[in-house]
Write a protein that binds this ligand. Structure first.
Ligand SMILES: C[S@@+](CC[C@H](N)C(=O)[O-])C[C@H]1O[C@@H](n2cnc3c(N)ncnc32)[C@H](O)[C@@H]1O
Length: 297
């Protein structure tokens, strides 16, 4: 069966054609929202790896509905050009490049994000181990870019591909859990007005984890994600900025990014040994994040 006839039989493909979403992926974010109530209280949102833009469309429809006073700010970024969307700031940039942090901070006008989503995927080579490595590096870059941008209590969502070496995502969860706390009932960040269905013997309710609390790190496969694919999503809730080292704050990171990035000095100005070393280090980091092992050699 050709790809297009398989697509035409797919319910989400047909639904998004009717509703005007640019890709069927829109439903993955909508289905995660059904469980996690992602958009409540969000004033600033970022969409990493956003093209062609269906997740940004969902963000725009949920956070900037017509007539809403004080609509949320949305910043979307991708390597590929993306058609404009009303109310969405679109950056054409690479999330693995250090200077992108400054571009994001400028676009967010120094405000922090309550929600960051990343549906990023590198170009596939067909060599499974290499693809898995490249995706892991993209994930690492997305996490590095997101952490200094997150507001206290924020939510971060990443696409991941589960592998035989971490079939349930337990290793990833354990690496991210230190940044996202599991608050207890009565904590400031829990909206107690929603009640706790678990205390009343009810079934699962939006936004609560299976212990009846908000927060923590979860692996989910929305029903719109194709059954045969290893694709899952990491949903990280209730970001705790106190877990970051002091050097990770907005301003000092922005400063170190400038001194690290090649953008800050042109070839003609690279006179000292120190500058040469700086460039070599930057190339090694770049090679590491984009998976090009020849960089910096
Ligand atoms: C699956 S698509 C995203 C679909 C999008 N969520 C939507 O709903 O329309 C993956 C995107 O990741 C982007 N991407 C991959 N590597 C990137 C990078 N280093 N920086 C920015 N975007 C990147 C690709 O250009 C591609 O558009």
């Amino acid at each position: 069966m050709s790809r297009s006839s398989a697509d035409k039989r797919d319910i989400y493909y047909r639904l998004c054609a009717g509703i005007g979403y640019r890709a069927r992926s829109a439903y993955k974010l909508l289905h995660l929202d059904e469980e996690f109530d992602l958009f409540r209280g969000v004033r600033v949102a970022c969409d990493f790896c956003a093209a062609p833009g269906s997740w940004s469309q969902v963000l725009s429809r949920k956070l900037r509905p017509a007539g809403k006073k004080d609509p949320a700010k949305i910043v979307s970024i991708d390597l590929q050009p993306m058609a404009p969307l009303a109310g969405v700031t679109i950056l054409h940039a690479d999330i693995t490049v250090p200077s992108t942090l400054n571009k994001m901070m400028d676009a967010m006008e120094e405000e922090k994000a309550d929600l960051v989503v990343c549906d990023g995927a590198p170009e596939v080579t067909g060599v499974h181990d290499l693809d898995a490595y490249l995706h892991a590096q993209l994930l690492l870059a997305a996490l590095t870019l997101a952490l200094p941008l997150l507001a206290p209590g924020a939510t971060l969502i990443f696409k991941i591909f589960l592998s035989p070496s971490d079939p349930t995502g337990e290793i990833l969860i354990s690496q991210l859990e230190p940044f996202f706390s599991y608050p207890q009932k009565g904590d400031e960040l829990i909206d107690d007005t929603l009640g706790n269905p678990y205390e009343e013997g009810g079934c699962e309710v939006k936004g609560y984890d299976r212990y009846g609390r908000r927060g923590g790190v979860w692996v989910r496969k929305p029903r719109s994600s194709r059954a045969g694919s290893a694709e899952h999503f990491l949903v990280c809730r209730n970001f705790n900025p106190d877990t970051l080292p002091p050097s990770f704050d907005f301003k000092s990171l922005s400063h170190s990014v400038q001194s690290l990035s090649l953008d800050s000095f042109s070839a003609g100005e690279r006179t000292s040994k120190e500058d040469e070393e700086k460039e070599r280090r930057w190339q090694v980091i770049k090679g590491y994040t984009i998976g090009d092992l020849d960089c910096g050699r």
